[in-house]
Design a protein around this ligand. Structure first.
Ligand SMILES: [Zn+2]
Length: 409
């Protein structure tokens, strides 16, 4: 572990596994549990990095797959890495791109969702949908060959090349190449995939250690988290947590298929978390609806990233405590003459300045400003919520806070 990185648990809930802590990186401190903003292409959609500082956002996650395709890691590296390039000076993560390589590419080409199987030859024949004449992704022990969703050009990811790309991107916390299985994969496939992901994790870790002291990279203070896989299978999750937990990573991420329901996801965490070492930080990849922020914090998750809150905002859905699912949709006719803010309790720039009636108009008119205003609100809402969660863990009222939000833990 690098000297400029540390994680300290500062409080523990008495009734659940919820904990609070301080994650220290070379680019600042993250108080956990925390929501991680999704800046896939080095930008949270519709909001510039400096506005995120004013919102109180602590950390963002960008995507290695997307940045490799555009503008390319060499461009980012030559501009001082993600911090210099984007102007966001705070803590930063990069996802390895495994999820995008294995899911997004094929789903774009084949018009299938992320639960569809995309590995011709590897997958059960009944679910193999990829066209054998021109597969979008070819997966081998060495790594993954894939076509760009932007221009169809051919690319290869190996566990080693992904670490080099992430070293050039320069995020504070980086993740190794993994295979993200689908909920439809059976036990046998998920096990084979998990074992390969473990071998890739070892290779990624070895590559990371070899490059650790190379001063040509923009951020010498990076750390590497290991990713636990194993689908929704108890024996595989426990094994993956044990194997990845023993490898010497600086922190952990729970990835892959979390099953077909929230109940499956809670099971996965109940199997995984106790099998991981307690001291390092734990990240949950791609999950972060309001309910999840409570139920997964209760299971010991420290950080979350999720694109849904900002995607919802761009579609007109904004958070409001007490509304059904704590959301309202501003397109609704009942807001046509509503002079009040989205949320009278919110201190975001949008709620301070604009009415629901005006925002509904911007949304329906397709005004670009709407995307920014709605996104600012949803992000600020989650930032405030996570602050409340941390305070509740500190003063012993976490369960009461969840009850107040109508969320069973
Ligand atoms: Zn607001």
């Amino acid at each position: 572990m690098h000297a400029s990185f540390s994680f300290r648990v500062t409080g523990q809930d008495q009734h659940t596994d919820a904990r609070m802590g301080v994650l220290r990186t070379a680019h600042g401190v993250v108080h956990t549990p925390a929501f991680v903003g999704v800046a896939t292409r080095a930008s949270i959609k519709a909001v510039e990095p400096l506005a995120l500082v004013d919102l109180g956002l602590q950390i963002v996650i960008s995507n290695t797959y997307h940045l490799h395709l555009q503008p390319g890691e060499d461009v980012v590296s030559s501009q001082g890495g993600l911090h210099g390039f984007s102007g966001w000076r705070g803590p930063t993560m990069t996802d390895s791109g495994g999820f995008q390589v294995f899911s997004l590419g094929a789903s774009k080409q084949h018009g299938v969702g992320k639960v569809a199987s995309i590995f011709p030859g590897d997958a059960p024949a009944s679910r193999a949908k990829a066209r054998p004449d021109k597969p979008l992704v070819r997966l081998t022990e060495q790594g993954a060959d894939f076509r760009s969703v932007i221009d169809g050009s051919l690319h290869s990811f190996t566990p080693e090349s992904v670490i080099t790309i992430e070293r050039k991107l320069g995020a504070d916390i980086i993740l190794p190449l993994d295979e993200c299985t689908s909920p439809l994969h059976d036990h046998a496939y998920t096990q084979r995939s998990m074992e390969r992901t473990h071998r890739w994790a070892r290779r990624g870790l070895a590559a990371f250690r070899m490059l650790r002291d190379d001063a040509t990279f923009p951020n010498p203070h990076q750390v590497l988290y290991g990713i636990v896989q194993g689908g929704a299978y108890e024996d595989l999750r426990r094994e993956s947590a044990r194997v990845i937990g023993d490898m010497g990573f600086d922190g952990f991420a729970v990835g892959g298929s979390l099953g077909r329901s929230k109940h499956d996801m809670w099971n996965v965490l109940d199997w995984t978390m106790p099998a991981l070492p307690d001291a390092p930080p734990r990240h949950l990849l791609g999950i972060g609806e309001i309910e999840d922020l409570f139920t997964c914090t209760a299971r010991g998750i420290d950080t979350f990233d999720c694109a849904a809150p900002t995607r919802l905002a761009r579609n007109g859905t904004v958070f409001l405590k007490g509304a059904p699912r704590h959301r309202i949709n501003l397109r609704n006719a009942r807001f046509a003459n509503d002079a009040g803010p989205i949320d009278p309790a919110c201190d975001c720039p949008t709620c301070r300045a604009h009415s629901r009636a005006y925002l509904r108009h911007l949304c329906r008119a397709g005004e670009l400003s709407f995307y920014r205003l709605a996104t600012l609100h949803n992000l600020r809402f989650l930032i405030r919520l996570m602050g409340d969660v941390r305070r509740s863990i500190a003063d012993g009222s976490f369960a009461a806070l969840a009850r107040d939000w109508g969320i069973p833990l």
